[in-house]
Design a binder for this molecule. Structure first.
Ligand SMILES: NC(=O)c1ccc[n+]([C@@H]2O[C@H](COP(=O)([O-])OP(=O)(O)OC[C@H]3O[C@@H](n4cnc5c(N)ncnc54)[C@H](OP(=O)(O)O)[C@@H]3O)[C@@H](O)[C@H]2O)c1
Length: 327
């Protein structure tokens, strides 16, 4: 039986990965790794071990759920031990030797791995799940997107900020630069010289790689909102071919991993409260931009659980595909 390690097993994504392994019925010996602070903790009957140079001996697959700096520290140890790593951090996503995969879109890229497969950014996964059918049918050239990102997107510390601020209006934020309770913060990541944040660049750079569309343009504004879990995105898309909205809806209604929630007359549309704790991305509010008589510009709204499809379940789906490939 293969051995699967989760690096960062005590975090928001790592804990979810353990559940997803069970849900997706992936069998193996499980090893949970985290910092020395967590060594000895029990999660679901497994004892957490401190991640160190020896941790990956005898391990076949690693699901990575640590921040970039920690991932870069342990990756050489995993590589030396011959593991295949499916990593959630952004440390290796744009490396030419590392496939960046959403299985519903580019599962075929998994076969080109050299020991590391990267899981895309959570907002990128949710947006592309909503957009890849549109891209197949009418070819996307330009995307303008505003995200509404849940506090758990910043991990356990993001959840704690909102919990503490709801309990005590004078609590000082720790994960975010400003209070998040009853607020929205238009900054995720650091700003560059163009006034664009690191999070905002991810959707264009990662989108180009996943869709194999090197000329895709994405203009993104990423906003943190006081929602526990599930990111939402308002997207305006420009295509090269005129869009037939009925055809698009028909396609989306059969798209794996997508649920069409689009019935404005009955106030039916995607909301994060409905996508929390499940894997599908909900898509709705589909409409033409009336300023474009060519019908090449449409608006939509989508939501998805960023800890599940935006991270853990996508990674475990990649693992399932990889295991199939190796059979
Ligand atoms: N949260 C999301 O919605 C989301 C979505 C997509 C991608 N991601 C990415 O997934 C990764 C994990 O995010 P998260 O939100 O789960 O973070 P988190 O809740 O802060 O968890 C971080 C994990 O890293 C471990 N860790 C910290 N220092 C370590 C060390 N020196 N050695 C070994 N393990 C160490 C922590 O262990 P201790 O508990 O022992 O400190 C914990 O298990 C990040 O790269 C993040 O950008 C997150």
């Amino acid at each position: 039986m293969k051995t699967i390690a989760i690096a960062g097993a005590t975090g928001a994504v790592g804990r979810q990965m353990l559940e997803c392994l069970k849900e997706q019925k992936i069998e193996g010996n499980i090893k949970l790794l985290a910092s020395a602070r967590s060594a000895g903790k029990e999660i679901d009957g497994y004892i957490v071990e401190e991640l160190n140079e020896q941790s990956f001996q005898g391990v076949d697959y690693v699901l990575g759920a640590c921040e970039n700096d920690i991932t870069k520290m342990w990756m050489p140890w995993a590589q030396q031990a011959g593991c295949v790593v499916i990593d959630n951090s952004s440390a290796y996503r744009l490396d030419d030797n590392v496939p960046l995969v959403i299985p519903e879109i580019n599962a075929q890229d998994i076969a080109n791995h050299h020991g590391i497969i990267a899981n895309p950014n959570c907002s990128t996964i949710i947006a592309l799940m909503a957009l890849h059918d549109l891209n197949d049918l009418y070819h996307i050239e330009n995307v303008v997107c505003t995200t509404f990102q849940a506090v758990s997107g910043a991990g356990v510390k993001g959840i704690r900020d909102l919990e503490r601020e709801l309990a005590d209006e004078h609590a000082q934020p720790e994960a975010f630069a400003y209070p998040i309770a009853f607020n929205v913060i238009p900054q995720i990541g650091g700003f560059d010289e163009f006034g664009i944040t690191s999070e905002e660049w991810k959707m264009q750079n990662e989108g180009r790689k996943i869709l194999h569309s090197p000329n895709l343009n994405v203009n993104c504004t990423c906003v943190r909102v006081p929602v526990w879990r599930s990111h939402s995105e308002s997207i305006l898309v420009k295509t090269t071919q005129p869009v037939d909205l009925d055809e698009l809806k028909e396609r989306l209604s059969h798209s794996k991993g997508v649920v069409l929630r689009d019935d404005p007359k009955h106030n039916i549309y995607p909301m994060p409260i409905d996508t929390t704790n499940q894997d599908d991305v909900f898509v709705g509010r589909l409409r033409y931009d009336l300023a474009d008589p060519e019908k090449k510009t449409i608006g939509l709204f989508c939501c998805g659980d960023q800890i599940r499809k935006g991270a853990a379940s996508n990674a475990v789906q990649i693992l399932a595909e990889l295991i199939q490939l190796e059979k």
